[in-house]
Design a protein around this ligand. Structure first.
Ligand SMILES: Nc1ncnc2c1ncn2[C@@H]1O[C@H](COP(=O)(O)OP(=O)(O)O)[C@@H](O)[C@H]1O
Ligand SMILES: [Mg+2]
Length: 211
């Protein structure tokens, strides 16, 4: 898609551009080429992640999870046009928040992940960089390029394991409060269905430790 705007994030995986259209703000997410990959693999990865992202954002939304609405997708240049969310990643604001507010946001994070899991979907990259907090403390989840459908208990366990690992590496001093509130939200949302997934999360951790 040919749209002009300011870059707001440039990562290894994507270029995020804020675009003004019809008096509103949108985000154009484009997946650049990786020159070190064989061209055929490069284009198939870019295409599959772009499609996955679009599908993931829409399915999550249909499950009642706040995600930016997708307005257009262009598989010729691997780009997606979606709503701009006027928020900040939890990763950036976590250390500025009181423990109650931070805990409440994590609780909502847990409920969001649980809603995805109940809908048979895993996020694939559930880090605090991919959770946007708006000024009214609403939580939005983004970055569905690694999401998958028809999720098994193993895949859901991996999703929770990734959360735990992300909290350990990015928020080591607050990880206990953050993790316990996230798990609390997850369990409140899923009830008994949460048990096998939590067990699997622990098993995955053990496997990682002793292999
Ligand atoms: N719809 C959006 N609205 C506002 N900011 C966004 C939006 N999508 C992405 N961003 C910003 O760009 C960053 C990177 O986007 P993300 O989709 O996570 O890409 P990546 O796959 O490179 O991690 C996010 O952490 C967020 O700050
Ligand atoms: Mg991201």
């Amino acid at each position: 898609m040919r749209l002009e705007g300011a870059h707001i994030a440039i990562g290894a995986e994507s270029i995020i551009t804020k675009v003004a259209l019809w008096d509103r703000s949108f985000v154009l997410k484009t997946r650049p080429s990786k020159p070190y990959l064989i061209p055929a693999i490069d284009s198939s990865l870019r295409a599959s992640r772009t499609s996955r992202e679009c599908k993931g954002l829409n399915v999550a939304r249909s499950l009642g999870v706040p995600t930016p609405a997708v307005h257009a997708i262009d598989l010729n240049d691997y780009s997606i046009l979606m709503d701009y969310i006027p928020g900040t990643p939890l990763k950036q604001v976590a250390s500025t928040l009181g423990s109650t507010t931070l805990g409440n946001l994590c609780y909502r994070f847990g409920r969001i992940i649980a809603k995805l899991h109940r809908g048979g979907m895993v996020h694939g990259d559930p880090t605090t960089s991919n959770l946007l907090i708006t000024s009214n403390e609403k939580t939005w989840i983004i970055d569905f390029g690694l999401s998958e459908m028809n999720a098994t208990v193993e895949m859901k366990g991996v999703d929770l394991h990734l959360i735990k690992r992300a909290l350990e590496t990015s928020h080591w001093d607050m990880q206990e409060n953050m993790l316990s509130r996230t798990i609390e939200g997850y369990v409140d949302e899923l009830g008994k269905e949460a048990e096998p997934v939590l067990e699997r999360m622990d098993a995955i951790r053990e496997r990682g430790r002793y292999h």
